[in-house]
Design a binder for this molecule. Structure first.
Ligand SMILES: O=C[C@H](O)COP(=O)(O)O
Length: 274
């Protein structure tokens, strides 16, 4: 994967589609095929802007077969993993299995896992470790609920989640991670944090990584924003200096919409007069 040279990013932008619990294995294949065709028709340069999808577990074998069979440049990941590698953990999925299915990424600590399944930072640290053990890149999700934002403690809260979930992670591992800032109040609500909000938190996360590790590590870690991202707002968010990509939920289920988010560079408006 080469680095984008558009003068704005020194980290390859990542546009990630989290399908959540949508798309069965047949629908998922159709969606992915259409996305690949749409982006191929648009001559999308996948080395310049990386595209990843996160289907439900039951779709992953079909996705693997399609991607390998048609040599698609799209990468994929799972939405969760077990902290354990094997054993009596009914219903859980091992990182080892995900690796065998060709997953590059795995979401860890999505706010829906934190809220609905009560996942703690301590548990998430063990999931991050499990992902790394199996050569999966964790996409670690952090972000605050509305009441925390209203109380003005969103940065402190989010950095605390970050520190807790990164326990035991080395500098080299941290540099390879993806961290997604997703304010809970902006997820699936149509409320989108402004570009300045996304930049504020991504800058704070990068600064925290510098403190926890070092500046060189922090400069390599990719930071995403997620929460009601659409084609109409993606380009403005992605202009921000510390925002290296977006994690898209609802809009990733619409091929044309998601393809337009992937092609955000074509929608960038420059402030510099010609
Ligand atoms: O993982 C994706 C996020 O939860 C954002 O979802 P959304 O784009 O539907 O708001």
């Amino acid at each position: 994967m080469t680095t984008s040279t558009n003068g704005k990013f020194d980290r390859t932008p990542l546009i990630a589609g989290n399908w959540k619990m949508n798309m069965d294995h047949v629908q998922g294949i159709t969606l992915l095929q259409k996305l690949a065709w749409t982006l191929a028709d648009a001559n999308h340069d996948f080395d310049r802007v990386e595209v990843a999808v996160f289907p439900p577990f039951t779709d992953l074998r079909g996705v693997q077969t399609l991607v390998a069979g048609d040599d698609l440049p799209v990468v994929y990941g799972a939405q969760d993993l077990s902290p354990h590698d094997s054993g009596a953990y009914t219903g859980d999925i091992s990182g080892q299995f995900l690796s065998r299915l060709g997953c590059r990424y795995v979401l860890v600590g999505h706010s829906e896992r934190r809220a609905i399944h009560g996942e703690s930072d301590a548990l998430l640290a063990t999931k991050v470790a499990a992902a790394l053990r199996h050569c999966l890149v964790p996409v670690l999700c952090v972000g605050e609920a509305l009441e925390i934002r209203q109380a003005g403690s969103h940065v402190e809260h989010t950095l605390e989640q970050l520190r807790g979930s990164l326990a035991g992670v080395t500098a080299e591992q941290a540099a390879s991670l993806v961290i997604a800032y997703e304010p809970v109040w902006a997820i699936g609500t149509g409320e989108v944090a402004g570009p300045a909000d996304a930049q504020e938190m991504c800058a704070a996360i990068r600064n925290e990584l510098s403190e926890l590790y070092d500046t060189a590590t922090a400069a390599r870690t990719r930071l995403l924003y997620g929460g009601s991202v659409k084609a109409s707002n993606a380009a403005q968010i992605l202009r921000e200096r510390d925002v290296d990509g977006v994690l898209v939920g609802g809009a990733s289920l619409d091929v044309a919409e998601f393809a337009n988010i992937v092609r955000f560079e074509h929608h960038l408006v420059t402030d510099t007069p010609a």
